[in-house]
Design a protein around this ligand. Structure first.
Ligand code: ATP
Length: 240
């Protein structure tokens, strides 16, 4: 078993006085696709806001590639190689696709012109539709294209771990298929992927392993095929 690239240890977190996450612990293995699933309000987004440094945890530790990053701000965490495509895409509507991608390069360790060009080339290779639309304003893209743009922007930081929050939200199944194919290529390129998904069948059919969150706690960690073949468990924890 290889050393985890990300380790979450006894994490407690929330908003001000409101505690949402309770004693969360799990590891992420390099190269895997890990799904984090849970019903509405289970705490998935809060967990990844905390891991990404947008929320400072109440207690617990987050280790990334052997370094304790607890309390690091989000810019520093992205620079270390953990990049996040946020829920709702959040592209910059008034900027072109390429300008959006270049914003992602601010957190690239190597900011030389050659490195940024290589990053753009890589993003366009994984997401060829973005190349065709490079000069189009991001606000005029379809939902699926905006998701591609958000993934491309996250890739521009040259991550070793890519977190995708709600990949499928509001998108047609055929577009989701296309995005999953892209993520598979990104994983084969050596990037670890964490999918934070409300759509359980998408999450489980695409991932190697799943962490199940319920009311801010980890209630189960299991290989995804095992969970997929056990609808009773899914129904018990997720009501689906
Ligand atoms: P969803 O899939 O619906 O986004 P989720 O699993 O991602 O759900 P969170 O968004 O993390 O869940 O929400 C967990 C809890 O934290 C909810 O009770 C929610 O009301 C609360 N919460 C989320 N954001 C905030 C905030 N900015 N301030 C206060 N409470 C919040």
């Amino acid at each position: 078993m290889s050393t985890p690239i990300l380790q979450i240890q006894n994490l407690n977190s929330g908003y001000g006085q409101l505690q949402v996450l309770r004693d969360i612990s799990f590891d992420v293995t390099p190269g895997e696709i890990l799904a984090v699933i849970g019903a509405n309000g289970a705490g998935k987004s809060t967990l990844f806001r905390t891991i990404s440094g947008l929320i400072v945890p109440m207690s617990g530790n987050i280790w990334f590639d052997g370094i304790n990053i607890t309390g690091y701000d989000s810019a520093r965490i992205v620079s270390r190689g953990l990049s996040h495509a946020p829920e709702g895409r959040r592209v910059f509507n008034g900027m072109t696709v390429e300008e959006n991608l270049k914003i992602g390069a601010f957190r690239r360790a190597d900011k030389s012109r050659a490195s940024i060009s290589a990053g753009l080339e890589q993003a366009y290779t994984y997401l060829p539709k973005l190349r065709d639309r490079r000069n189009q304003l991001a606000g005029t893209l379809s939902g699926g294209e905006q998701q591609m743009c958000a993934i491309g922007r996250a890739l521009m930081a040259d991550p070793r771990v890519l977190v995708i929050d709600e990949l499928s939200l509001g998108l047609a199944p055929i577009i989701v298929e296309e995005l999953l194919y892209t993520l598979e290529n990104i994983q084969e390129g050596g990037c670890t992927i964490i999918l934070v998904e409300q759509d359980i069948s998408i999450a489980l059919s695409f991932s190697d392993r799943a962490v199940v969150l319920q009311s801010g706690q980890v209630v189960m960690t299991a290989p995804s095929p095992e969970l997929l073949s056990n609808p009773e468990i899914i129904k018990f924890y997720l009501g689906g």
